[in-house]
Design a protein. Structure first.
Length: 640
């Protein structure tokens, strides 16, 4: 797990030493164990190292083939490297060490650009062929590891984080207002956008080819091409098949030459990963880690402790005190993303990653389970809305009018019913968008200043365009929803949050549920094998019930969040007001100051009668505005 960055130009590079130092400094936190670089007349590759497999000097990058005509820097882990290395050894290849990533230049010698199809794992790769003067940039199948690039004036700049590109003075930070319009609905910037014009993310399962005369983008795999075959199979046989794939995945993901553990939140996904880890641990104890909060409404440590006791892990409760969430930490985290990012669980993710670092260097997580096995409520909400469709339109509108009349008396109960009726009167695409969004298109238009509204009207498309559902068979409608989530929130929110926050703390997080065959099997299960009685992930629950009691396995889902009211100290209140309601606030160019001031005062005074939104919804909007404001100030951005 590391950081990579570099440049490829059509002409000779100037100031390579300064550029190397700038990239290394920008990515040092991702690889504090060492760094290396490769310089060619028109190509520069930089690597910062977090040593995980082969921690000796022989594991240092860049990696070369035997005659050093091919060079590569890699961020990530290749879980099938042992099999591939054995094949290469039989073909006569020579290796200097035991790193999983050393196979990459040798695979290129054998298979050329087809090498990426052979890799299993999470990776971002930069490979330079000196004979052909060609650079390849590749990203893993699901986009677990980040990789950004910009192609300007015949020069390609790239990096594991945006700061590795923006550190070059010749790269101008120009805002992408389509990305900001989308962010205001989703609280993340949907890839390939980054928030900056002309800077993009490499798409999952794609690679770029740059030569002195060409620049191309190639898709090397289609992770959703398989349709699966569960016909004639019972729920039990399908679930047992998933368990077997999970065992294969977790076993390969546990290879490391440094201490390894796992997140254990008390939820289904992390529990099934830990349960599976136990089978491979042998006499070694599995180390598990849970975040503990003082606020019982957010604390899942008790259930995690019960699971740990049953599975017999070496368990650690890591207290996250609300006093740790200071304005300084808020600023540090929001600034680190280099783009607007407003998933508030980034704060506890960073804090627990820092605390874990004193125990282990690698942690397995359960990310992806909700997307694969229909764990989110939006899956069954889509079903529920279809049932509402059966009632006449006039009746639905009449019920909505009645609920709107009594809404001031019962704001919490009526808001959701009104929302569901409104969604039943919209298209399927709009339904999924609204179930995934914090602000609708109309909500945003009501917030915009005249100047920003004019720019949006002229230049920007609706965010709902991202939520187009593919046609699906009657028993696999959830599959098409999963694909949308993979393209959007899993890629641009979940993976980005975990990568950025864990790597900021120099921790590698692995996601065994994202093994390709396991993903394809899971998303192609029939809908009835995924949700029962509005409770998703039935397959994973079945696997867990072999060792855990139903009282734990069937408990309600909880998200990973921080007690929001507890962190609003006088210092935090002053910070929020200065950032959003002062004469220096750049957000005022986008959002009407009156609306911002209303949200801030309602949030800080804990009143809700003027906003008619939940406390959590109000908090999310404040966090969203803080993310934009921090980004605009950091890069000196404005509307003009």
């Amino acid at each position: 797990m590391c950081g990579i960055g570099g440049i490829f130009s059509n002409s000779a590079l100037d100031g390579s030493l300064l550029k190397t130092e700038a990239i290394t400094k920008a990515l040092h936190h991702r690889g504090p164990d060492g760094n290396g670089s490769f310089e060619h007349k028109n190509c520069l590759l930089v690597h910062t190292r977090l040593s995980i497999i082969d921690t000796s000097a022989s594991g240092a990058q860049p990696f070369y083939n035997e005659d050093k005509t091919i060079v590569a820097v890699i961020n990530g882990e290749l879980y099938n490297f042992a099999v591939l290395k054995e094949q290469l050894l039989k073909k006569g290849h020579i290796f200097k060490g035991n790193s999983d990533c050393e196979i990459v230049p040798h695979l290129y010698e054998e298979y050329g650009e087809a090498l990426f199809e052979k890799l299993e794992g999470m990776f971002a790769i930069a490979l330079f062929d000196t004979k052909q003067n060609k650079l390849l940039l590749a990203r893993d199948r699901f986009g677990i590891k980040p990789l950004y690039y910009t192609h300007q004036q015949n020069t390609l700049y790239f990096g594991s984080e945006l700061k590795a590109i923006l550190c070059h003075p010749e790269i101008k930070a120009l805002p992408d207002w389509q990305a900001i319009h989308d962010f205001l609905s989703l609280c993340y910037v949907p890839e390939p956008a980054t928030g900056f014009e002309h800077i993009n993310a490499v798409a999952p399962a794609h690679y770029l080819i740059k030569t002195a005369h060409t620049f191309n983008i190639v898709q090397y795999a289609d992770v959703f091409a398989g349709s699966g075959d569960s016909s004639g199979h019972t729920f039990e046989t399908c679930s047992n098949g998933v368990e077997k794939l999970l065992q294969q995945s977790v076993g390969s993901y546990m290879v490391a030459d440094v201490p390894l553990g796992a997140f254990l939140s008390g939820g289904i996904d992390s529990s099934v990963v830990v349960k599976t880890m136990k089978a491979f641990a042998g006499n070694q104890e599995v180390k598990t880690f849970t975040a503990k909060f003082n606020d019982s409404a957010y604390d899942e440590s008790k259930q995690a402790a019960e699971i740990s006791a049953i599975l017999n892990t070496q368990h650690h409760e890591l207290l996250i005190d609300e006093t740790e969430c200071t304005p300084a930490l808020m600023e540090e985290v929001l600034s680190h993303f280099d783009q607007p990012f407003a998933d508030s669980s980034a704060l506890p993710t960073y804090l627990i990653s820092k605390k874990i670092r004193s125990h282990v260097k690698v942690a397995l997580s359960g990310d992806g389970g909700d997307e694969i096995f229909a764990g989110y409520s939006l899956f069954w909400y889509m079903d529920y809305i279809e049932k509402i469709d059966r009632f006449p339109v006039l009746l639905r509108k009449s019920v909505r009018s009645l609920l709107q009349l009594i809404q001031p008396l019962f704001p919490e109960k009526t808001r959701q019913f009104i929302k569901l009726i409104n969604l039943s009167l919209s298209t399927t695409q709009e339904r999924l968008f609204r179930l995934s969004a914090y602000l609708s298109e109309q909500d945003k238009q009501d917030l915009y200043t005249p100047a920003f509204a004019a720019k949006v009207k002229k230049e920007v498309q609706p965010t709902s365009r991202l939520f187009t559902l593919k046609p699906a068979s009657a028993d696999k409608k959830y599959r098409s929803i999963s694909e949308v989530l993979f393209r959007n929130s899993l890629l641009s929110d979940m993976f980005k949050k975990v990568d950025m926050m864990s790597m900021k703390a120099a921790i590698e997080v692995r996601v065994p549920l994202m093994q390709e065959q396991l993903v394809n099997t899971g998303i192609n299960l029939p809908d009835q094998y995924k949700i029962k009685d509005r409770r998703g992930k039935q397959t994973l629950r079945y696997i867990l019930k072999k060792e855990l009691p139903s009282s734990i396995v069937d408990s309600p889902k909880s998200g990973f969040a921080i007690p929001l009211d507890s962190i609003v100290t006088p210092e935090m209140s002053a910070y929020i007001r200065e950032k959003l309601c002062s004469e220096h606030s750049r957000i005022n160019a986008l959002i009407t100051p009156e609306k911002t001031a209303l949200w801030v005062e309602q949030f800080l005074s804990k009143e809700r009668n003027k906003t008619q939104m939940s406390r959590e919804g109000l908090y999310q909007r404040i966090f969203m505005l803080l993310a934009i404001e921090t980004w605009m100030r950091k890069y000196n951005l404005s509307l003009s």
